[in-house]
Design a protein around this ligand. Structure first.
Ligand code: SF4
Ligand code: SF4
Length: 152
């Protein structure tokens, strides 16, 4: 008998259970980087400065359960916010599924290993700088695409 089809290929985001939704996150840590908004143009820039609560090695929140008490503007992603957050990286699993695309091979649900994302350089590991270690965030603005046109 054929294996059951994976939920992320058969369900839309709004059909997923809470557990399925949570498990879809690839753990890249990119949404825990600070963004800056130009007050004149409204343009959003992304930095590689991370929230103080991000563990730069594991790319996980150090206190996920209490994240919104710790950081009131921490984003609790849902379908409504997903549609509005233009700065979400093109690699974000939620964005990919919402756009009808496939997950990348390095996503742990595909590879079977949570190390794959780091091995492929697709997380913020060794890239993010904790906000407690910097003085001027404007020196840390970045593009989601690197100089070679590849996703970092
Ligand atoms: S950018 Fe998307 S996939 Fe990556 S950590 Fe944030 S919510 Fe998860
Ligand atoms: S509180 Fe945790 S989940 Fe929220 S932005 Fe900071 S590190 Fe990320």
């Amino acid at each position: 008998m054929a294996d059951k089809e994976p939920f992320w290929e058969t369900k839309s985001l709004n059909e997923m259970s809470k557990l399925e939704w949570e498990s879809l996150c690839d753990g890249c840590g990119k949404c825990c980087l600070h963004k800056l908004e130009d007050i004149d143009t409204g343009e959003i820039s992304v930095s590689n400065v991370s929230c103080a609560y991000l563990d730069e090695k594991t790319c996980k929140c150090k206190d996920y359960i209490n994240r919104q008490d710790n950081v009131p503007d921490c984003i609790e992603l849902d379908l409504k916010k997903l549609k509005k957050l233009e700065w979400l990286p093109p690699t974000c699993a939620y964005r990919l599924i919402d756009e009808g695309k496939k997950l990348y091979d390095w996503h742990y649900l595909i590879s079977g290993s949570s190390k794959s994302i780091h091995e492929h350089g697709m997380s913020v590991r060794d890239y993010a700088v904790n906000e407690n270690k910097i003085s001027d965030i404007e020196e840390y603005i970045l593009e989601w695409f690197n100089k070679n046109g590849s996703l970092f």
